[in-house]
Design a protein. Sequence first.
Length: 177
Amino acid sequence: MKTNIFQTFFFMTALSFLPSCADDVPEPLDRAIQAAEQMTSASMLERSAFYAIYPQGTPQQFVSFLFSTIGAAERPPIEGSGEISPDEEESMRNIYLPVWPAGVSMTHSTPKADLGMQVVWKWDNGQRKLILEGYADPKQPPVIVRETDLPIVQPSPMARMAAESALEMGGSAQAFQ
């Protein structure tokens, strides 16, 4: 009985610290991390040209793809940018499609001092993970770090056609090696 009371007290105490940790993450940066995680979901990857080009693609290849000309075309629209209407933006959110928050940049490997608030995409090929670091200030440590698995999926027929077409038109599928 004492053990259960102690465990409950410990659990409740630990939970009380969670909101204070989340306060350190600016809301747009938190939404950007969530959008990045959505971008790497199996359902989104099935619609991506990535696995049509790299059937056994690694996390590093995915990050490089994301910053290539073909991958950049697959990034979510930026809220309020005019890429889509406000109604389309709301519809996308309602069906859980990612919309990238305005004012948050996206980069890879290391934070860029000139970008301000940003999500830095990194990888761990050995564990097949993507590492997302959120920086409120690129001169300070990240305020949020998330790791997510990179699932291997079969690309849809439309993703295969899009990949083939983009490559035929001279698009690049890797931004770096």
